[in-house]
Write a protein that binds this ligand. Structure first.
Ligand SMILES: NC(=O)c1ccc[n+]([C@@H]2O[C@H](COP(=O)([O-])OP(=O)(O)OC[C@H]3O[C@@H](n4cnc5c(N)ncnc54)[C@H](OP(=O)(O)O)[C@@H]3O)[C@@H](O)[C@H]2O)c1
Length: 365
């Protein structure tokens, strides 16, 4: 145990040394979360997204993705248990809740708004704009400034609040200069309707241009053991500019839990996995060696595959905050417990060597 503790301490020292070239270096990233920490989450498990006045402290270093409670994850659960789940998440100390206008569409923001009413001021509410919605369907990108303003007004109503803690552009709109998008969010921040700005799936060029107009607190992009695209340029840019990173689909839409197999069925009326090449029976079968590596590692340490996958993400950088989605409190708790496992340097090196050597079949989208 003592050895393990020493490993953790030396890991922390190493991260601090590596932070030297980063905009995060000047920021205190481990202080307690005075506003939102009613549950007394250990201060070593609080992570900070962004720097300075546009930073956010996230309990457990992990949030909850609410999308699947209304959209895209096979069955749509009843509203009442999902409201209770969000409230139970808050009672457990979770303070970072992720939704978007398009989830449902609209329904997920409504659900979140109803659930958080009594503790809204104590949490971080994240939502997103960036699409046209017609007859309940997405119909292309739209980040025109007037549209952003309309969406924000509607999101505020659905979320039953007068400010959004973190507002992301959901996807970069090639028809609207990113500087204009950042400009309108900057104005919304001045007006107090939005507190912080984020992008999702943006490239380095757009990140830099937007950040020059309005400081970005977080980039939300798909990242997991099976989808390592952000490594290199994107994460380096975040580090340089002091932008936090929020991996979405951090357990690859349940694939990395080992619960999906080639026979798994998805409801084509709601679940987008039915359309994604990585979830075809052939791809699931071909990629199975990766799941075995994750399970083998977990089996020797009393961890589930989901926990190994989340702990590995947390081990990449101290400013990474995953947002696994779930409709079940047992899964939420399992996911939160992954923060208690810290890879030591040798474990991380050896495990990463094994996973990068496994070829992956099937595009993520
Ligand atoms: N910015 C974007 O473009 C974007 C895109 C997609 C998602 N997101 C955000 O990211 C969040 C998470 O993404 P996601 O839902 O796509 O993928 P995910 O978090 O990787 O996976 C969620 C799936 O895993 C299952 N699961 C969760 N914990 C589990 C556990 N411990 N054991 C077994 N199964 C478990 C969930 O089912 P159960 O309900 O059974 O637990 C659900 O089907 C979303 O809610 C949304 O807020 C953002």
């Amino acid at each position: 145990m003592q050895n393990r503790r020493n490993f953790i301490i030396s890991g922390a020292t190493l991260s601090t040394a590596l932070l030297g070239k980063s905009a995060f270096a000047n920021d205190d990233i481990t202080t307690t979360n005075e506003i939102n920490n009613h549950y007394k989450v250990s201060k070593t498990n609080i992570r900070t997204l962004g720097v300075g006045k546009h930073s956010l402290k996230v309990n457990y270093g992990m949030g909850i993705g609410c999308m699947g409670m209304s959209w895209h994850r096979t069955f749509i659960p009843d509203k009442v248990p999902m409201i209770k789940l969000i409230q139970k998440a808050y009672d457990t100390g979770v303070n970072f809740f992720d939704t978007a206008e398009v989830y449902g569409p609209y329904k997920n923001e409504e659900l979140v708004g109803e659930a958080i009413r009594s503790f809204r001021k104590k949490i971080i509410v994240c939502t997103k704009f960036g699409f046209n919605i017609q007859n309940g369907q997405l119909s292309g990108l739209n980040s025109k400034p007037t549209h952003i303003r309309q969406v924000v007004e509607q999101s505020l109503k659905r979320l039953k609040t007068d400010y959004i803690d973190l507002l992301y552009q959901h996807r970069v709109d090639p028809n609207v200069p990113i500087e204009d998008v950042a400009g309108v969010v900057k104005d919304l921040i001045k007006e107090g309707k939005v507190l912080n700005f984020g992008l999702s799936e943006a490239d380095v060029n757009n990140i830099r241009k937007a950040h020059a107009v309005q400081q970005i607190t977080a980039l939300q992009t798909e990242y997991s053991i099976i989808t390592r695209d952000p490594e290199g340029q994107i994460l380096n840019t975040c580090e340089e500019l002091g932008i936090g990173f929020v991996p979405y689909s951090p357990i690859s839409r349940a694939l990395l839990t080992g619960y999906i197999n080639p026979l798994t069925k998805y409801d084509a009326n709601n679940d987008n996995r039915d359309t994604l090449p990585r979830y075809t029976p052939e791809a699931v079968k071909t990629n199975w060696p990766l799941i075995e590596v994750i399970q083998n590692f977990g089996n020797k340490r009393g961890l589930t595959a989901a926990q190994v996958s989340l702990a590995w993400l947390l081990a990449q950088k101290p400013w990474i905050v995953p947002i696994p989605g779930t409709t079940k409190f047992a899964h939420l708790q399992e996911n939160l417990w992954s923060v208690d496992f810290k890879f030591n340097e040798d474990e991380l090196k050896e495990f990463t060597k094994q996973i990068v050597n496994i070829p992956i079949t099937g595009a993520r989208s």
